[in-house]
Design a protein. Structure first.
Length: 368
């Protein structure tokens, strides 16, 4: 028999109702709907929430679930909506707009928080709330999807293997189409440009910075740096001061040359909004067949001051499948959790083995 997530209850707070519920906010998003479908198939009954009444009502009716309609402009109203909620899984991007107000409401309401962001600014905002989260006994764990479970676990695994590492390189490769939310977040990220971490500080670099061939397990693939969330989460988890994140490169050398122009244009708010509108009209996300037929290769390397290196690889399912299962696995844990609060990365919360526990994932394997 599958365990019902909703049967797990927290201890009653000193005042207020018993917190027994799991809420998915932004329930009409692509990744959220994947999580809802699997949750319902397991007999779970999350509350569906968000701003889009028509979309949320339709989903709630389809799955026979309760719903709540609210935005995040009035924090006190949000706190009231969370009065009986043990955990919020925030799936409403761009998280640059939704994460901080929801996290602050969760701190006031005594509700645990996860999201599926990959945005560096959101991870840093969560870390800035660590002391408040500890005081409130609330867990803040952003990035429980493909951003950043596999790479976060890889970082933790390699740091355990080389505790004196001074440099960490993470990378992933996979062929998949993207959801509307991911595409819109990417538009914002392109406007900010590429980043790496040097001596503990975030540094902006060009699109072609130290492009290299990385062997993810099937031969060398040309790869380039990206502003991935691990520049924040891997640093907070491991304290390794020098971090780069790569992904398999598309667009050829011409894309490198044109990137400064694209970056400049996407800093213009009206062009950014135009691009997002076009995405809403044309991007739908990968089909089930596309998700099932593609997986992702993850690679990492650490180096210490003496020049010694260790590398490892991992194969996980399609990124959206990872995100779906990451939402469910962390919800399963936090709806039954009554321990200390604080801001944690997924690997800090559930261990570096979390990536290996994803359905369909392989094992992290040292390759050098």
């Amino acid at each position: 028999m599958k365990e019902n997530l909703m049967s797990k209850t927290s201890k009653k707070a000193a005042s207020g109702p018993l917190k027994t519920h799991w809420m998915i906010y932004g329930a009409n998003g692509y990744s959220a709907q994947l999580a809802i479908e699997k949750a319902v198939s397991q007999g779970l009954t999350p509350i569906l929430a968000g701003r889009n009444r028509a979309a949320i009502e339709a989903l709630a009716a389809t799955h026979g679930l309760d719903m709540r309609i609210f935005d995040l402009t009035d924090i006190e109203l949000v706190v009231a909506q969370l009065a009986d909620v043990k955990l919020v899984s925030n799936c409403a991007g761009p998280f640059s707009a939704t994460a901080e107000p929801m996290m602050r409401a969760c701190l006031e309401a005594g509700t645990h928080y996860t999201d599926i962001t990959g945005e560096i600014s959101v991870f840093d905002a969560a870390q800035a709330l660590d002391a408040e989260a500890k005081k409130a006994g609330v867990v803040l764990c952003p990035g429980v999807g493909f951003d950043v479970i596999p790479t976060d676990c890889m970082a933790g695994y390699l740091h355990d293997a080389m505790p004196d590492a001074t440099h960490l390189t993470l990378a992933f490769a996979g062929n998949m189409s993207v959801s509307p939310g991911t595409a819109k977040t990417s538009v914002e990220a392109l406007g900010e440009g590429m980043k790496i971490r040097v001596d503990g500080k975030m540094v902006s670099v060009g699109r072609g910075y130290k492009m290299r061939h990385i062997d993810y397990g099937n031969g060398p693939i040309l790869s380039s740096v990206i502003p991935w969330g691990d520049l924040s989460t891997a640093y907070w988890q491991t304290k390794i001061p020098n971090i780069c994140v790569y992904t398999s490169h598309s667009g050829g050398r011409m894309g490198v040359y044109l990137f400064p122009v694209v970056k400049y244009l996407l800093k213009l708010k009206f062009l950014q909004n135009f691009a997002k509108k076009k995405i809403e009209q044309s991007v739908t996300g990968p089909t089930e067949t596309e998700r099932d037929s593609s997986d992702t290769l993850v690679w990492g390397e650490v180096k210490n001051a003496s020049g010694k290196t260790l590398s490892a690889s991992l194969r996980v399912p399609n990124g959206y499948t990872v995100t779906r299962d990451g939402i469910l696995m962390t919800a399963n844990y936090l709806t039954g959790y009554n321990g200390d609060g604080g801001c944690l990365t997924p690997a800090q919360m559930l261990g570096s083995e979390l990536a290996e526990q994803l359905p369909g994932a392989g094992k992290i394997t040292l390759t050098a």
